[in-house]
Design a protein around this ligand. Structure first.
Ligand code: SAM
Length: 217
């Protein structure tokens, strides 16, 4: 059958719509990134999956010399985070609506992170859903590429199975060196930490293998 020139299958329409959504999401992230200050800050710290910003807003208030970036895939949660930081008149924190991998891919080379926090990430407890967990080898490699030399990753979870998987991924990673004896830099219970009966923490340092040529801001 001869296909008319202008013919578009329903599948094409779906994929065009999909491309439009991805483009719009990328633009949102890039707009957020454009607003980040590039000068005047020695250290940039990142919280991935910051939720309502409970931890990061308090952390930013306690560390006025560090610039903090909180990202979350759920935009509604960030509205509450924004309210917290504007009520406290914080000038050293930004909130960006983004999925984690998309954010890491969009980051300009000018910004590299000193500390990264992943606090109570979605646990995806069913085995068939483990592939959706954030901490995976590809993520660890990408994260290391946007971190300064000697950057530190702080992971905390109340899901023992996820923590063990994250520990194994860090041990196997050429980009991160797990540091069992290293202390947590600052404590403030996040919303999920307050609800957790128990939790475990992991600390890892970026290895020289994972050296980022950008060399910090
Ligand atoms: C269980 S909550 C923890 C929130 C906060 N860190 C705390 O401890 O209270 C996990 C958060 O991660 C966000 N999230 C899940 N997957 C994400 C992803 N791929 N990229 C960015 N944020 C994500 C969710 O929207 C949610 O706000």
């Amino acid at each position: 059958m001869k296909v008319p020139y202008a013919y578009a299958s329903p599948l094409d329409r779906v994929s065009q719509e999909h491309r439009r959504v991805i483009r719009a999401r990328r633009e949102t992230v890039e707009t957020g990134l454009d607003r980040l200050p590039r000068h005047g800050w020695r250290d940039y710290d990142l919280e991935i999956g910051c939720g309502h910003g409970h931890f990061l807003a308090a952390y930013a208030a306690a560390h006025p010399q560090r610039y903090c970036v909180g990202i979350d895939i759920a935009g509604g949660r960030l509205e509450r985070a924004r309210k917290k930081s504007s009520r406290a008149a914080l000038d050293n924190v930004s909130w960006i609506h983004s999925e984690a991998l998309l954010f890491l891919e969009c980051l300009p080379g000018a910004i590299t992170f000193s500390r990264v926090f992943i606090l109570f990430p979605d646990p995806w407890p069913k085995r068939r859903h483990h592939k959706h967990r954030l901490v995976q080898p590809r993520f660890l490699e990408l994260l290391s590429s946007v971190c300064r030399p000697e950057a530190t990753l702080y992971f905390r979870s109340d899901d023992g199975n996820y923590t063990q998987q994250a520990r194994n991924s860090l041990i196997a990673s050429a980009f991160w060196d797990i540091r069992p004896a290293e202390a947590w830099p600052w404590e403030r219970a996040s919303v999920f930490q307050e609800r957790a009966a128990r939790y475990e923490s992991l600390v890892a340092r970026k290895t020289p293998t994972g050296f980022s040529g950008a060399g910090g801001a």
